[in-house]
Design a protein around this ligand. Structure first.
Ligand SMILES: Cc1ncc(COP(=O)(O)O)c(C=O)c1O
Length: 384
């Protein structure tokens, strides 16, 4: 256990929730002798598709590689513009560049932190061929109006559901209403496989192509070749990638997927307690469910408003002095050197949220005492 200068155990911003069942599942894979992509990956894909109400699921090495594949199978390439929020982890803005396309930044809505049909419309160019709509921090993006805008224009809407497992949109899992979506199982997310990702799609031909492309575009998968004594000759019809998930990861993913409802319920319970304890503190605003869905509360962010007793950096320092590890809010890609040179319309909400928000600690094993320590620090500035 890490202790802090206060002598108390550190309160982390996030901890994955893994236990003996995941250990047993990994041990079983090791004992089976097949640790690369194989039957567990196939089983995880089937289970994930069913849990997310998706037609097909293709496991990948990360959400970043799933986004890359999504753009390839959607036919996006050089000369195309892809509208993305700047207010997202940098992978969202990086992905279009991998296929030679140009990311064009859209602003976000101040309440949800997500793009809207209006902010997307304002960022469209004559060359726009795709939009990446993110369920930021687990808050479902209002996808239907964005699709109503884009579908008639032949613009593909890719849902970046990296943070979205366990969130709902209009009564269904997020991603279910998307033509194509990408998911992350990084330990910062609530369902983890160490590293890992998934692509889900309603279009069988996109799923089939993504399945081939993630494995060097081989006509016969490594698992199928291994299964036969005389391996059929494989062919490589196009240039593919190695974006495979391993069976070790998928075994963990299957256990985690089974726990997802419990994980989400616990996170929402902790978030509700934060809300209750902080509701009367002047000058702070906590992200909440939008009217169109529910968040898995992957990232419970708080905006520090002018009426609060200190600014975001002051609050982060006070939390750190009390042994609490909070995090600055979501980054804005256009403010980083990798994407700074791009033309974009003003992004006032993105700049406000990235400067004034922070993410509170929230993890499954969090105790009431952990939460009280965080709440005490946040309240201490509220009364100044
Ligand atoms: C919105 C979003 N997109 C993409 C990613 C990339 O996910 P991965 O780390 O699985 O590549 C992340 C990870 O933080 C994310 O938050």
């Amino acid at each position: 256990m890490t202790t802090t200068g206060t002598g108390l155990a550190r309160v982390d911003v996030m901890k994955p929730w893994l236990g003996p069942e995941e250990i047993a599942a990994v041990a079983e894979v090791i004992e089976s002798g097949w640790v690369a992509q194989g039957p567990r990956v196939a089983a995880f894909e089937t289970a994930f598709a069913s849990a997310m109400d998706a037609r097909s699921a293709v496991a990948t090495s990360s959400c970043t590689t799933a986004l890359h594949l999504a753009l390839v199978v959607a036919g996006i390439g050089p000369g195309d513009d892809v509208v993305v929020p700047s207010f997202s982890f940098v992978a969202t803005a990086n992905a279009p560049t991998y296929v030679g396309a140009r990311p064009v930044f859209a602003d976000v809505d101040v309440t949800s932190g997500n793009v809207t049909a209006e902010t997307v419309a304002a960022a469209l160019t004559p060359a726009t061929r795709a939009v990446v709509a993110v369920d930021q921090g687990g808050v479902p993006v209002d996808l239907t109006p964005i699709r109503e805008l884009c579908d008639p224009l032949g613009i593909v809407v890719i849902e970046d559901a990296a943070c979205g497992a366990g969130s709902t949109y209009r009564g269904r899992p997020v991603g279910a209403g998307a033509e194509i979506a990408a998911w992350s199982f990084h330990p910062r997310k609530i369902l983890t496989t160490g590293e890992g990702g998934m692509l889900t799609t309603s279009r069988p031909e996109w799923a089939a192509r993504a399945r081939r492309l993630r494995e060097h575009a081989m006509s016969v998968s490594a698992a199928d070749r291994h299964a036969s004594l005389v391996s059929p000759a494989e062919e490589y019809e196009e240039v593919g990638f190695n974006f495979r998930m391993t069976d070790l990861q998928a075994a963990v993913g299957l256990v985690q997927l089974g726990r997802l409802p419990e994980i989400v319920a616990r996170r929402r319970e902790i978030a509700a307690r934060y809300r209750e304890e902080l509701s009367d503190v002047p000058g702070i605003r906590l992200v909440d469910d939008p009217s169109w869905g529910t968040s898995n509360m992957q990232s419970l962010w708080l905006e520090v408003l002018p009426a609060y007793g200190t600014d975001r950096e002051g609050l982060l320092l006070s939390l750190a002095s009390a042994g609490v590890s909070a995090r600055r809010g979501i980054m804005a890609a256009h403010l980083h050197p990798a994407h700074a040179g791009r033309d974009h319309a003003p992004l006032p909400v993105t700049e406000r949220l990235t400067a004034h928000t922070l993410i509170l600690p929230l993890f499954h094993q969090m105790t009431d005492a952990d939460l009280d320590r965080v709440v005490d620090v946040v309240r201490s500035h509220g009364s100044q």
